[in-house]
Design a protein around this ligand. Structure first.
Ligand SMILES: NC(=O)c1ccc[n+]([C@@H]2O[C@H](COP(=O)([O-])OP(=O)(O)OC[C@H]3O[C@@H](n4cnc5c(N)ncnc54)[C@H](O)[C@@H]3O)[C@@H](O)[C@H]2O)c1
Length: 349
């Protein structure tokens, strides 16, 4: 007997949509890539031809009418997520949505309430939780092997800034870029953030200033369990995608270095040389995108809760909004200033 495969539609076939569509089309036995949607016909046709998908629509609502479609993967620009999620939930589709769910706490709360009422799953694309290196860090911290966590350090620098139109619709550095690090902070330490102190600057490109944004940031976090954290971001590291993590505690420390395409070390009279880090998220986090989608498919199939849910999507946005307020007002901001709900207990497994 052949197993029923869940039928997926991918909405938006840009940078991240292509990755998820590619994984769903051939890498996940329980899933079938049944349809694609994008407002740009040329890109849509090219991706459909490459992946052998015959159903393509420019208006995603046409795709939601397909009764045989089980789930959608939302990879459209952030400002479109809210309406698409509400429409997908109303159509009874399970939803995987790229980060951030939305930029407004009120809208995310509406989304979370709606998906609960409609009985559909919502998983948020915090893929770094599925990176094998960072999973190991979480495992070590959760097992108590470093004792009580005292200090978290995350370095997260992109190799080059995104295009100007992306910057303008992204929500800004904290909601677009640091949001991954805020989620990692909660996940790795296993405690909610209670206060944020952020400094931000434009040091890379004046296009960020024109968009009312920053390209460089340093954020200090305070966690509910007393631990402290620091995150540093840049939109441009000339040596490539810089993704390092350290958790230090009473009984030890765990660190993750950058991944490189190879580990050779060449020494000569001028110095000791090795490969640059993998260049960007498509390469560095390739495995994590596949694993997060496998996890989503599995959760939908087994009707089990997803590991990164709407509350995780909400909390990362709350931290990001507090960070933006902190950077603007040049003072520490407690999360309760932007979000009133009690923050404990932390739900992270
Ligand atoms: N998890 C990650 O590592 C990661 C990486 C990149 C982007 N993202 C997130 O994914 C989302 C998309 O980012 P991107 O970099 O792929 O952007 P992108 O601009 O490369 O792609 C977005 C695509 O959506 C299409 N689109 C726009 N409106 C649409 C609509 N109403 N219906 C269907 N298609 C529509 C656009 O034509 C475009 O092809 C953003 O929310 C971003 O924050 C996540």
């Amino acid at each position: 007997m052949t197993q029923h495969r869940l039928r997926f539609g991918v909405l938006g076939v840009g940078r991240i949509g292509k990755i998820h569509a590619g994984n769903l089309s051939s890498q996940i036995p329980g899933a079938e890539l049944a349809a694609l949607s994008d407002v740009f016909p040329e890109d849509l046709a090219a991706v459909a031809a490459q992946l052998g998908v015959s159903k393509t629509v420019s208006d995603y609502r046409d795709l939601l009418q397909d009764r045989d479609l089980d789930a959608v993967v939302i990879c459209t620009p952030t400002h479109t997520h809210y309406q698409i999620i509400l429409d997908a939930a109303a159509a009874g589709k399970h939803i995987f949505c790229e980060k951030p769910i939305d930029l407004s706490i009120g809208k995310i709360q509406t989304i979370n309430e709606e998906v609960r009422k409609r009985g559909v799953q919502l998983m948020v694309g915090f893929n770094r939780r599925f990176d094998p290196n960072f999973e190991k860090v979480r495992e070590i911290v959760a097992a108590g092997k470093i004792g009580e966590p005292h200090v978290l350090r995350i370095t997260s620098r992109d190799p080059s800034p995104p295009p100007e139109n992306y910057i303008r619709s992204s929500g800004g550095i904290f909601l677009d870029m640091t949001i991954h690090d805020f989620d990692m902070a909660r996940y790795l330490v296993g405690s909610e953030v209670t206060e944020v102190y952020a400094k931000a600057a434009v040091l890379v490109d004046s296009v960020f200033e024109k968009a009312g944004d920053w390209d460089t940031a340093v954020v200090t976090l305070t966690f509910e369990n007393g631990a402290l954290g620091s995150i540093d971001n840049s939109r441009k590291a000339i040596y490539g995608y810089d993704q390092r993590v350290e958790v230090f505690g009473s009984e030890g420390m765990v660190t993750v270095k950058n991944n490189a395409p190879n580990t050779h070390v060449y020494s000569d009279r001028t110095g000791i040389h090795s490969a640059l880090p993998l260049n960007f998220f498509m390469e560095r986090y390739k495995e994590s995108y596949l694993k997060e989608m496998r996890t989503f498919v599995d959760a939908v199939e087994r009707k089990q809760p997803v590991p990164v849910d709407g509350n995780d999507g909400l909390m990362a946005v709350v931290i990001a909004l507090a960070a933006a307020k902190s950077a603007r007002e040049q003072r520490p901001v407690k999360l309760t200033e932007v979000y009133q709900r009690s923050l404990s207990p932390c739900q992270i497994a």
